[in-house]
Ligand binder design. Structure first.
Ligand code: HPA
Length: 239
């Protein structure tokens, strides 16, 4: 089964008619948001809205462990996640889709592991799953590669922080990619993200940032984003 984690603005992925059932999973970390189950290109798919509409969890309060645990419980082995991001690179503009190959973690207050009781160090040499990354970039609608910098939020960044992220080699900045990617690795699921650039990062953008523009770009580009994901599902091998 393939899991799809919908970020800001992506609360559904198929027409309601195709949804077979909806489930909420009880996990050791609390209840998951409602997950939609359906078939797409001959694959079973489980769609989970990261922010749990209705509760509308902000990025630092998302129950990442419950979301990932619930997908594992359903038998998910591969996860495609969507994330809204700001761009740190003038060549990557609002509306672009990017599939990052690496990340830098600047979060600090989130439960970030399933392993609090024993010592487990997962390998992060290849932080995102290459099979899913290839499936997402095969159609050339998405830029292949980039370094995702995850901040704690929920505020946007300062100009000095953005300059630092650029010096460190960051390409994109967002608030929701971590610890999700790490938790998926801890449960041995193959995970990759497709990021939609909603704005140039603070101080690169000529205007102050608002969540309104994030939603506006999402709304404009959502159909293409969903198209790339559906195409990737078709390309992914059954395993
Ligand atoms: N910074 C952090 N997270 C974001 C941004 C940003 O500029 N845009 C969308 N999510």
């Amino acid at each position: 089964m393939i899991g799809i984690i919908g970020g800001t603005g992506v609360y559904e992925i198929v027409h309601h008619g195709r949804i077979k059932s909806r489930k909420t999973i009880r996990t050791p970390y609390g209840e998951s948001p409602e997950i939609s189950l359906f078939r797409l290109h001959d694959r079973e798919v489980a769609f989970i809205p990261r922010h749990s509409p209705g509760h509308d969890s902000p990025p630092h309060m998302v129950n990442y462990r419950a979301n990932i645990w619930a997908l594992k419980e359903l038998g998910v082995r591969q996860i495609i996640a969507t994330n809204a991001v700001g761009s740190l690179d003038r060549n990557i503009k609002p509306g672009d889709l990017v599939v990052p190959h690496d990340f830098i973690d600047f979060t600090y207050s989130r439960p970030s592991t399933f392993y609090d009781e024993r010592t487990v160090h997962v390998d992060m040499t290849e932080p995102y799953c290459s099979d899913i990354r290839s499936a997402l970039t095969a159609s050339s609608a998405a830029i292949d590669g980039g370094v995702y910098v995850c901040t704690e939020g929920p505020r946007f960044e300062t100009p000095a922080e953005i300059k630092m992220f650029q010096v460190l080699g960051g390409t994109l900045v967002g608030m929701t990619g971590i610890p999700e990617a790490v938790l998926a690795r801890e449960l041995e699921m193959c995970y990759a993200s497709i990021c939609l650039v909603s704005n140039y990062a603070a101080s690169i953008s000529p205007t102050r940032l608002t969540i309104k523009e994030v939603f506006e770009v999402m709304e404009k580009r959502k159909e293409d984003l969903v198209g790339v994901i559906e195409d990737a599902v078709k390309r992914l091998d059954h395993d």
